[in-house]
Design a protein around this ligand. Structure first.
Ligand code: F58
Length: 831
């Protein structure tokens, strides 16, 4: 760069005065607004742009550092990144919260109002997308060269509103008021082919070549968002692709002057990145979804090759330059696409291309549920990606030769391992493609990784045990503690210093303080203030008044049968009845809170939301339990709304059927904010309980092995109903219209499902759950004891930082090293 064109350092300084000047300047020169007519959104945009300038400086320095050092980089391929609001997080990571608050105060503006103005990018469904966002935060904080690659959906996860207790979905128009955090890069664009057919022939040297003659071509344009690490100069890149019509595609020739046809083509092209599929588990084989996956994967791989080519090195070193991680199977078509690029486009022989491909990829599995495993019907795959299907057949042919060598004559094994499912309607198994094309395969919690090896990927594990590892999930302590719980954060910093934000194991030094009565009182005061803030929000957003001194019993996550929100409801109904019958019943006042979205086509999940509202209405209106039991559903659970929830919870509900939740990450966010867990031995709960100590965790329910045994023996849920009068009473009530103004049929499908099949074993676990809930209630009444447990929970959560997870990925799978970034001397001086 011409040094005369460098921005003057003061324009990106970090003092109060610098920010005042920048914000006023942005309002005028970027947004073209006089202060008198500026709306709240204008002010938000001005602040965001001022902060973004500071990120850009670090981002450019980071890019220059990586380029000069030719660093090995992580490329994290994910169809979802659930980032949450940027502004607050960037202020925290930049270390300028106080300065910007002060600058705004001097300008007569309240920072909290500005923060509330931001519309979050909801480009993910839940845990998987949020994990990707936590990992980006940790990669930048640990100064690891990394690029996140994904899709710039025009409409993210729908907004949830509740009408008459039912979920209604509204489109998420998150870009409506502009997105100041992204930088469009029209010059970084790639063509992506779709459909058509292939032709074989030979090149000038007589080599066999395949040519793909596509039916359609779309263009992917890069939109970049800087991801700043915590108190470091590293700002990594999140590059999301938007689909546009390809200019080079000759519409005139194809459409013979059909102008409207050409415009229609444009619309079809843009459709690819229009909307996020809002399903959290069950996948439908929709053509557009396959197109989305291929589109972003192809753009990303072409971009990696472009960046690498700038170093002037040969494509053969691709796998030394990049560690490419597949976040579940959604980007797994990358295995075939990299082969196509290396063989068809760059002319490498198959064997060399295959070695590069396998060395490059790692695959993370996030689910064991059969309905979530991606399979594409062959005719659909053939229609969208004809060349890739050929490549997959060739990968499969060579792979199955290996299988036959290892297990001669074992035809069943061959059928089980094949990339093609031949049973019924034939389909491509994406998890198998990911396993065969990766050198590393991991689950996301210890139990999950064991079950992967034992069940879902058993044959792959027998074949390649060395590929498998476990990488237990983690969450970023910056957003999920420092940012959302400033009260607790400042207490921690006062007693531990501030290093815990980067070294979460430091929390262990809290342990002795659990015995300090004065500290416990401070701890409670923080929790109490957080509960008061949540109580106000519950009143405002759900219209339910709750007492901040009650036990806050909270379950927030996607609504799904395996997560068993309805088990929670069975407990509430049981507790309701106990309190009605026995006014002296020994239990603290309890406030049960739920939140979460249901997939729009998932009828039973939507019925569970309706039941939450119906039970809440009955409980909240019953004078017999006034002041003792309350219940509310907070609509539109998202990253922003969780901010008030985790810091205020006393009891965290992690009650999935053992063996069904791969890890969970909400469980970590609650515990890190001082909630105790009531939970099953599922996902990462197992490891959380190990860390915090069995005596500080309310365990209930069958273990995974017992659940499997019960199913094998023939599970009869109705026996439990008949044997347990309390269970019978609550199920009868739900099924008889007690909670639905006498409309008995409303919840009948739910009750029938439980009595006849109960695939998630609620009725079996009900008794132990209710008993543990009662214990938790009693424990809460021992205020000092509860506080002690809360402190110990937080003190022992260090392991669940996403920093630990990322360090482990770097060591075990990626082999990448930190590359610290320094800012130019001028910029350093302006700090
Ligand atoms: C989640 N998966 C797991 N999938 O359910 C959870 O246990 C785990 O903690 C988390 O991943 C992170 O590892 C999940 O969120 C999705 O949302 C997919 C989105 C795309 C369609 C299929 C589900």
């Amino acid at each position: 760069m011409n040094p005369k064109l460098m921005p003057p350092p003061r324009s990106v300084g970090l003092s109060v005065e610098d920010f005042k000047q920048s914000i006023a300047g942005k309002l005028f020169y970027t947004l073209a607004r006089f202060p008198e007519v500026a709306t709240r959104n204008d002010v938000y945009l001005a602040v965001a742009h001022a902060v973004r300038d500071r990120l850009l400086e670090r981002w450019l320095a980071t890019a220059a550092t990586y380029r000069d050092r030719q660093s090995r980089s992580v490329c994290y391929l994910s169809a979802e990144f659930l980032l949450g609001p940027h502004l607050g997080n960037n202020l925290l990571n930049l270390g300028v919260q106080a300065e910007v608050r002060q600058a705004l105060r001097e300008l007569g503006i309240d920072l909290d109002e500005v923060l509330a103005q931001e519309e979050e990018p909801g480009l993910g469904n839940g845990g998987l997308g949020r994990l990707a966002a936590c990992y980006l935060d940790s990669l930048a904080t640990l100064q690891i060269p990394a690029i996140g690659y994904g899709i710039r959906y025009e409409f993210g996860i729908f907004d949830q509103v509740i009408r008459d207790g039912w979920q209604v979905e509204l489109t998420d128009k998150w870009l409506r008021l502009g997105n100041p955090w992204e930088i469009p890069r029209p010059e970084i664009a790639f063509e992506v082919s779709l459909g058509g057919r292939t032709e074989t022939g030979s090149d000038g040297d007589g080599n066999y070549r395949v040519r793909w003659i596509p039916e359609r071509v779309v263009k992917g344009v890069a939109y970049d968002t800087p991801i700043l690490g915590y108190r470091v100069n590293t700002a990594n890149l999140l590059r999301l692709w938007k689909a546009e019509a390809a200019e080079s595609f000759d519409f005139e020739a194809f459409n013979q002057g059909d102008y409207y046809g050409a415009v229609e083509q444009k619309l079809f092209s843009e459709n690819i990145t229009k909307v996020l599929y809002p399903n959290d588990v069950a996948l439908q084989g929709k053509q557009l979804r396959l197109e989305q996956q291929y589109f972003f994967v192809s753009c990303s791989l072409q971009d990696m090759i472009r960046i690498y080519a700038q170093s002037g090195r040969s494509i053969e070193g691709f796998d030394r330059k990049y560690a490419v991680q597949l976040n579940d199977t959604h980007p797994a078509v990358a295995v075939a696409e990299l082969m196509r690029l290396l063989v068809d486009v760059h002319g490498l022989p198959w064997e060399r291309a295959w070695r590069i491909t396998c060395n490059s990829f790692g695959y993370t599995n996030h689910t064991l549920l059969p309905e979530a495993l991606e399979k594409w019907p062959l005719p659909l795959f053939q229609a969208v990606l004809p060349r890739h299907l050929e490549i997959i057949y060739e990968i499969n042919r060579r792979f199955l030769d290996q299988v036959r060598l290892r297990w001669p004559g074992d035809q069943e094994r061959v059928a089980r391992l094949s990339l093609i499912d031949e049973g019924g309607a034939r389909s491509v198994r994406m998890a198998h493609l990911a396993c065969v094309g990766s050198h590393a395969i991991n689950g996301v919690a210890r139990l999950h990784s064991e079950l992967l090896k034992r069940d879902l990927l058993h044959d792959f594990h027998e074949l390649w045990p060395e590929k498998f590892s476990n990488q237990t999930n983690g969450v970023t302590p910056r957003r999920f503690l420092a940012l959302i719980n400033p009260g607790l954060a400042s207490l921690l910093t006062r007693v531990l210093g501030d290093s815990w934000t980067r070294d979460l194991e430091r929390l262990r030094e809290l342990e002795p303080l659990a015995e300090d009565a004065a500290f416990r009182a401070e701890w409670r005061a923080v929790k109490r203030a957080n509960k008061r803030a949540l109580a106000e929000e519950v009143q405002r957003r759900a219209g339910v008044q709750v007492d901040p001194d009650a036990l806050f019993d909270v379950q927030v996550k996607r609504i799904h049968e395996y997560k068993r929100q309805h088990l929670n409801l069975l407990h509430v109904a049981a507790l309701h009845e106990r309190l009605r019958r026995d006014p002296a019943y020994a239990a603290p006042a309890r406030c049960v809170l739920l939140a979460g979205k249901a997939a729009p086509g998932y009828r039973l999940a939507k019925l569970i939301i309706k039941l939450v509202h119906s039970v809440a209405a009955a409980v909240n209106a019953d004078p017999a339990v006034a002041g003792r039991l309350r219940m509310a559903f907070l609509p539109d659970y998202n990253v922003q709304n969780c901010e008030r929830i985790f810091p205020a919870a006393d009891l965290s509900e992690q009650i999935s059927t053992a063996g069904k939740e791969a890890s969970g990450t909400g469980n970590m966010k609650f515990a890190l904010n001082g909630a105790l867990t009531i939970g099953t031995l599922d996902g990462a709960n197992v490891e959380i309980r190990e860390e915090v100590g069995a005596e500080n965790f309310f365990l209930f329910g069958l273990e995974e092995g017992e659940a499997a045994q019960l199913r094998r023996d023939g599970y009869r849920p109705r026996d439990f109903y008949e044997r347990d009068p309390e269970l019978r009473l609550v199920l009868d009530r739900i099924g008889s219209g007690f909670y639905s103004d006498g409309e008995a049929s409303l919840f009948q499908p739910l009750v029938d499902g439980l009595l006849n099949e109960d695939p998630f074993l609620l009725l079996d676990d009900f008794r132990s759950y209710v008993d543990r809930q009662q214990e938790a209630g009693c424990a809460y009444q021992d205020t000092e004891g509860w506080t002690r447990m809360s402190i110990l929970n937080v003190a022992r959560m260090g392991r669940f930082s996403s920093d630990r997870a990322i360090r482990d990925y770097c060591r075990d799978i990626w082999q990448v090293e930190p590359q610290p970034v320094t800012l130019g001397a001028d910029a350093e001086r302006s700090r």
